[in-house]
Structures are given as structure tokens and as C-alpha cells.
Design a protein around this ligand. Structure first.
Ligand SMILES: [Zn+2]
Length: 336
């Protein structure tokens, strides 16, 4: 949607030569065309916004989703079985991943897709005992009775690349790097469906920082994700993306004209969305997390599932808060 009229736009003489101030002012007077509106039909709104988000993310469209997978021999670890696999997301784009299945319990297992943020270690971090800030997602998942699929994202770990450069190259190609990462998660779910020991009807996705961003957009688009756990990446755009300098990989063309992050959260309903925030996170300011969450909650309420979303706030920075999140994740899974 177009910006408000010239008359309504605030003019600040002292910022008239400052492009940063200009964009922030412009963002402040830009009305998103598909913001959640309690007066409108929520299901129809979701369908329209989901279509628009898919367009903005420029998620690759490919033909029949045949799945090419190579597997390595599994190893027995303490309490779980570990197997490294590589599946093809699209021709020329292979995705390494670790599949962990608990030794205890009965198949088919619920599956947690685990995503890290900007870290050289990439997916390995999810399998690193005691990883800082509760980032050992895959190990925690198997301890809690889930199978875990730790996925290597584009530009991290084994798929290392210059994140900013590839984000800009993607734009030249009519794509976004975030959309490509979301697509890899959709393909990971296609892979899950090929394995009889995994339960395709009980899929969760979790991540911190950029891993949380990708979790969030993947859950907005792909309704096969039944639970999204989004850590330190969910915030009103003005309080994070326009306030702090982020890596180019997460910026989406035109998103402010369509919806804010709090509106997009409503796309996850009636499924489960758990937001994990840090009170002192300098990247996603808590006031912006709370204002976004009020929007998301309004949409969940309109869709008759007010208790399917929640905000957990840890007393620290840009971390995951396992002591807050895992008990809630377990409760949600047990309710299925
Ligand atoms: Zn990046």
C-alpha cells in the first residue's frame, strides 16, 4: 500500500539530508495494507497475507518434489542414534543435515527442526554439548523425546558463504536469501515425510536469531509445521530491523508496505507459536517484541486459539532460554 500523503509525513529540517532519518520517518508513516484487522474475516486475511508473504520471500517454485537423499552410516551416541544426510533442495543446492533419533521411546517420533543463527559452526552448534545460550537444540530435543533434524542453512557451516553478498545476489535474481532458507525447510519437511520413523503430523521448528527468523517465516508459510519456537528474532520491524544494523540477509523487499512482524505471527494460528525473547536483547528490543506480540495475540484470539501463542521472556540477552522454553514445548507436544 502507498505511503500516507505528503501532508501527513512529518518534516524535520535537521534530518532533511540524513537518509537514515528519512527512511525511519517514512516507515513511521507507512500503513501496512494487510495488517490484522479484527473487523475482517481472519481466515480470508490469512490466505491473502500468506500469498503475499510467499511472493515477497520469493520462495523458489519447483516442479514435482522428488527427493534425492544420500545417507551416511549411523552412529550410536549416548541416548540417541545420529545420522548425517544430504538432501537436494533444488538442482545445485544440497542441504546437509543431522538426524538424531532417541534410543528410548517408540517410533514414529515427533520431529524438531533445529536452526542456528550466524555462527561459523552452523548446524554443529545444535549438537554441541553445553553450547552457549542454550543453543544445543538437537541434543535437548532428543533428551525431551523428539527426533531432531539439524539443518545446515545457506551461508553457514558446511554451506559457508558471504551472507551479505549472497543476499544481494539473490535480490538480483528476484529471490531473497531468507526465502531460499525457508524453501530448504520446506524441503526438509519433504524429507521427513520419506522416513517411517518420523511423524510428519508432529513437526516442530525452532531457532535463535537468524535461525528464529527462518523458523518464523517457514511456519507462516508451511502449515505442516505444527509448532514454531522463535527466539530473539521476533520484533516489530521498527524496533529491530530499522533500529539496528543487521546482516543484509534478513531484509525483505516491500514488507513494511504489507505487514509488520506481529501481523505475520497471526499466520501460524491455529497452530502453536512460542516466542522466546531476552529482556536485554540489544537486537530485538523488548518493547518492540511486546507490541508485536499484542498484534499476534489479537489474531490468535480472532481465530479462537488465544492460548496457542505465548511470549516467554528470559532475563538476559540474545540467547535461547531452555529452562523457559522446553517445559512449554513438552506441554504443547503432549497436548497433540
Ligand atoms: Zn546474514
Amino acid at each position: 500500500m502507498a505511503q500516507k500523503s505528503e501532508e501527513a509525513r512529518p518534516r524535520k529540517a535537521h534530518t532533511a539530508t540524513d537518509p537514515l532519518a528519512y527512511h525511519r520517518d517514512l516507515a513511521g508513516v507507512t500503513d501496512p495494507s494487510l495488517a490484522f484487522d479484527p473487523e475482517k474475516d481472519a481466515v480470508a486475511w490469512q490466505a491473502e497475507l500468506r500469498g503475499k508473504l510467499r511472493e515477497i520471500l520469493a520462495v523458489p517454485e519447483i516442479g514435482p518434489r522428488d527427493m534425492t537423499v544420500t545417507t551416511e552410516p549411523a552412529s550410536e551416541e549416548d541416548g540417541f542414534r545420529r545420522q548425517r544426510i544430504v538432501f537436494q533442495a533444488e538442482p545445485g543446492a544440497d542441504v546437509p543435515a543431522y538426524l538424531l533419533t532417541p534410543r528410548e521411546g517408540k517410533a514414529p517420533f515427533p520431529v524438531m527442526i533445529c536452526l542456528q543463527g550466524h555462527a561459523q559452526a552452523g548446524m554443529e552448534l545444535s549438537l554441541t554439548p553445553g553450547a552457549r545460550g542454550g543453543r544445543d537444540f538437537a541434543l535437548a530435543a532428543v533428551r525431551n523425546g523428539w527426533a531432531a533434524l539439524a539443518v545446515e542453512q545457506r551461508c553457514f557451516g558446511e554451506r559457508a558463504g558471504d551472507c551479505t553478498r549472497e543476499a544481494l545476489h539473490a535480490l538480483m535474481l528476484g529471490r531473497t536469501l531468507t526465502g531460499e532458507r525457508v524453501f530448504d525447510i520446506m524441503r526438509a519437511i519433504d524429507f521427513i515425510a520419506t522416513r517411517p520413523e518420523l511423524d510428519s503430523d508432529r513437526i516442530g521448528c525452532m531457532g535463535n536469531s537468524t535461525g528464529g527468523t527462518v523458523t518464523f517465516y517457514a511456519a507462516c508459510l508451511d502449515e505442516r509445521i505444527r509448532l514454531a519456537v522463535v527466539s530473539c528474532s521476533y520484533c516489530a520491524y521498527a524496533e529491530s530491523w530499522l533500529k539496528h544494523k543487521h546482516c543484509a540477509c534478513g531484509y525483505l523487499p516491500g514488507i513494511l508496505q504489507v505487514a509488520d512482524m506481529g501481523d505475520l505471527g497471526g499466520l501460524v494460528a491455529p497452530r502453536h507459536l512460542v516466542i522466546v525473547a531476552g529482556r536485554h536483547d540489544s537486537i530485538a528490543t523488548l518493547s518492540g517484541v511486546e507490541s508485536a506480540f499484542a498484534q499476534t495475540q489479537a489474531a490468535f484470539t480472532a481465530l479462537d486459539v488465544p492460548d496457542h501463542t505465548e511470549l516467554l521472556v528470559g532475563d538476559g540477552g540474545h540467547d535461547f532460554y531452555p529452562e523457559l522454553a522446553w517445559p512449554r514445548i513438552t506441554e504443547i507436544r503432549d497436548s497433540w
